[in-house]
Design a protein around this ligand. Sequence first.
Ligand SMILES: [Zn+2]
Ligand SMILES: [Zn+2]
Length: 312
Amino acid sequence: MTKPPPLLAAALAYATQGRPVFVLSSTKTPVRNCDRCRAEHTTPGDMEACECLTCHGFHAATTDPARVAAMFAAHPAGLLAMRTGAASGTVVVDVDPPVGLVTLAQLDAADVLPGTVMSMTGRDRGFQMFYAHPGVRITSRPGGLGPGVDVKADDAYVVVPPSVHPATGRAYRWSGDGRHDHPLTPLHPILVERLRATPPAVRTGTPMPAVRAPGGFWSQFLQPGAGTPYNRLHGLVTTVLKAREGERNATLHWAACRLTDMATEGAIGPGQDLDLTAAAEALRRAALESGLTPSEVRATIASGCPTAGITA
Ligand SMILES: [Zn+2]
Ligand SMILES: [Zn+2]
């Protein structure tokens, strides 16, 4: 059930921060364009200049409080969305478990996702990390940082708290202290180089990203073959995430033992595409998501996979 007053209050707060907002339909899709807009407004320039309240999706996003209020008056059951990119000074990294947790472990191993303002999405324990936009155009792309990790930046938008996910009935919420107005952490320079839409004019000597690019390691996932290390890890992560209460610790132990098997076989570890530490980190995150405590998780992984370097 949507509650228009809190949504409107939040929308006005984001607008005050300089973050343009707009309303989506109650099904999370953009509000349908009017007949005239469908016929006549076909270029980005037309759409930006359009005076309609809600036509053209994120192009209608605004920081004008009167327009924001009018949008919610016109669509009281709508969801609240924020335009991302330079328009709002944001680059959003959108993590969709369980696949996204494995990608996330790789990104974490490369140290390119420092802590920042985060929202918990209303579905499947997903979350979105809000980084400060670097000022160069950043490409928005599903899977932009690997399977299950999307980038929402220029010409894109995200649903924001306290919208309620239409499929689950769960509200989006800001993590931590629940506040959204902390300063955003800048997007890591390695990710800026990787995601920028235009190449830099001058080569800066930035080292090659430690994150694996699609086509190498990730191609195993994109064209799944049976039994690749990545697919096996994905299976372990999924099993840990889905374990029932009372079986979670045993499931995690089983999964950690399978990692040891894979390392013993030489399928992961030195010289392989998948690093044992990153694989164990993916299991650790999945186990925390499943509801085990951090100390249980450390002890169980250390017991099942002592060489992973997670100490109990
Ligand atoms: Zn229109
Ligand atoms: Zn229009």
